[in-house]
Design a protein around this ligand. Structure first.
Ligand code: GLP
Length: 241
């Protein structure tokens, strides 16, 4: 695990460099996209390089980490719409090349199984961007998640719903209670994991991720088992290392 502590703009450049190197070597690469505030500066940097330097995503494919269950198709906080806004609409990723778990499927378990198959059929994820929750969750793998888990339906913890209420007008009741999420084993099967964290509120989670014992109670610690992980954190997030 490589840990880099730097200002946010520098972290964004480092993550964008990794994406750019991959796309240069393999234009048809498979990207793993995260939602949330952590990767936003990376998406800004990728959009800038696309507009100003000709970085192209035209042949790339992408898989999202997770999705809320039951949000209407046009809901602004549906992760499929969030990633459209934050990245897809700003680069030349073909809309049909971006995949996410279907939180509106009548058969949610079936949607999870077919999502796993789609990732495998694409040859797996080459580079997975990740954030981390204050309780150490990655994607929506909350504390207690099996370290061997695959894409499945999960119940969101109150902590995560409170953390995400800011996206729902600070109305906790408006935050969905369930989600579909890639499992920890799904995430570990990506070839390179790039995790971003900013802010003092992430310091305990980053401490556990880097220095804690591997435990389902801090799901991100399973990344210690992966051979190629880059952790990009700012000074406040690194303050407990
Ligand atoms: C959310 C998402 C995660 C994200 C994390 C941190 O609930 N499901 O994918 O990494 O929590 O969010 P943020 O980056 O906004 O702090």
């Amino acid at each position: 695990m490589e840990v880099v502590v730097a200002p946010v703009a520098e972290l964004a450049r480092l993550a964008a460099d990794a994406v750019q190197r991959l796309l240069t070597a393999r234009p048809e690469a498979v990207l793993g996209l995260a939602t949330g505030s952590s990767p936003l500066a990376v998406y800004d940097e990728l959009a800038r390089r696309h507009a100003e330097e000709g970085l192209t995503f035209a042949r790339a494919r992408a898989f999202m980490l997770d999705e809320y269950v039951g949000l209407p198709a046009d809901h602004p906080e549906r992760y499929r719409n969030v990633i459209e806004r934050d990245l897809v609409s700003r680069v030349d990723l073909a809309p049909g090349a971006v995949h996410g778990p279907d939180g509106l499927a009548a058969d949610l378990a079936g949607a999870c199984a077919s999502y796993e198959r789609a990732i495998a059929d694409a040859g797996g994820v080459d580079l997975q961007l990740l954030g981390i929750g204050t309780d150490g969750h990655v994607a929506f793998n909350e504390p207690g998640s099996s370290l061997a888990s695959r894409t499945r339906i999960k119940t969101l913890t109150r902590q995560t719903r409170e953390d995400n209420a800011r996206f729902f007008g600070d109305d906790l009741d408006a935050v969905p209670t369930h989600c579909l999420t890639q499992g920890l084993a799904t995430i570990l099967s990506a070839r390179h994991l790039v995790l971003l964290a900013q802010g003092r509120h992430k310091a305990e989670a980053v401490h556990q991720l880097v220095e804690g014992p591997v435990s389902a109670m801090w799901p991100a610690t399973v990344l210690q088992m992966h051979p190629h992980v880059t952790v990009l954190v700012d000074e406040p997030a690194a303050s407990r290392l």
